[in-house]
Every structure is written in C-alpha cells, then in structure tokens.
Ligand binder design. Structure first.
Ligand code: FES
Length: 67
C-alpha cells in the first residue's frame, strides 16, 4: 500500500528500511534512507506508526560476559 503519495513510497519500502536500521527513530531519518525527503508531511503519522510497531530488540538471550 502506498503510504507516501508525494514520494510514492509503500509500507513495504518503509518496513524494509526500518527492519535494517535500529537507530532509525524519526520519519525524516526513514525518508533519508530511502533517498527522499518529507514534503507535505501527511504520511508522517503512518511512518511513525510503522516505527513504533518495530519489535523491540530481544536481549533475553544476550550472552553474559564474565571478566
Ligand atoms: S504524503 Fe508523504 S510527504 Fe506528502
């Protein structure tokens, strides 16, 4: 589904970028990774929602390093 009609970006495009960038935290950063910029801003809420849906990094199985 097209999320951003100004840049013709789909939810699939956004999810692809979000899944590879743990440090991404804003719509502007997501658009930067996709090589474009926010124009009218109507899609910003949808992009933020996709960012919030991103699963938290699972640290339950991180190794415990003993000195
Ligand atoms: S719909 Fe995304 S910037 Fe306009």
């Amino acid at each position: 589904m097209i999320v951003c009609s100004c840049n013709v970006i789909s939810d699939h495009d956004i999810r692809g970028v979000v899944s590879t960038g743990d440090e991404l935290c804003s719509a502007a950063q997501v658009y930067g990774c996709l090589g474009c910029t926010v124009r009218c801003g109507l899609c910003s809420h949808s992009v933020r929602r996709i960012l919030e849906e991103r699963p938290a990094r699972d640290i339950r199985y991180a190794p415990v390093l003993e000195p």
